[in-house]
Design a protein around this ligand. Structure first.
Ligand code: HEC
Length: 130
């Protein structure tokens, strides 16, 4: 009886996770981000993005925030996951390190990346070359 119950729970969990992976449409963009497509990370990333990045990059990540003019359109980001992490940690051209908003953990940067992937437009690329 207990075994049967365990079996049913495993099946339910499996069904549930595969459904949520589909719901976020992760098949649209290839990525080297280790937590790409993780529904919990994507939710966390959304909150972090809004707090740390949206000021310049805009709520819809199209580069049209109220901060620095001509911030990058992150929906079209195509230099790969490692370049993404580097841009955040080290800054990139006119963007200061961390966007000037203070350090984030790597897990948090990955979560922001996972969230941005869900908004990726055609031509975007989050996969590292190798
Ligand atoms: C103070 C404004 C500001 C904030 C805050 C900010 N950025 Fe930026 N970011 C910019 C600007 C401006 C550029 C374009 C740099 C240039 O071309 O000179 C940029 C560029 C980038 C790039 C490179 C884009 C490319 O196409 O290569 C990435 C990735 C990026 N930002 C991610 C982020 C993330 C993630 C956050 C939040 C943690 C963030 N930025 C916060 C202003 C900002």
């Amino acid at each position: 009886m207990n075994k049967l119950l365990n079996y049913i729970i495993v099946i339910l969990l499996y069904t549930f996770t595969s459904i949520s992976a589909h719901a976020v449409g992760t098949e649209s963009v290839k990525s080297s981000n280790p937590i790409s497509g993780d529904a919990t990370a994507i939710e966390e990333g959304k909150t972090l993005y809004r707090a740390n990045c949206a000021y310049c990059h805009g709520l819809r990540a199209n580069g049209k925030g109220r901060g620095l003019p001509k911030s990058a359109n992150l929906r079209k980001f195509k230099r790969g996951y490692t370049a993404f992490v580097s841009a955040v940690v080290n800054g990139y051209k006119r963007m200061p390190a961390w966007g000037g908003m203070g350090p984030l953990e790597y897990e948090q940067i990955n979560a922001i990346g996972a969230y941005l992937e869900t908004m990726a437009k055609e031509g975007a690329n989050w996969e590292d070359e190798e």
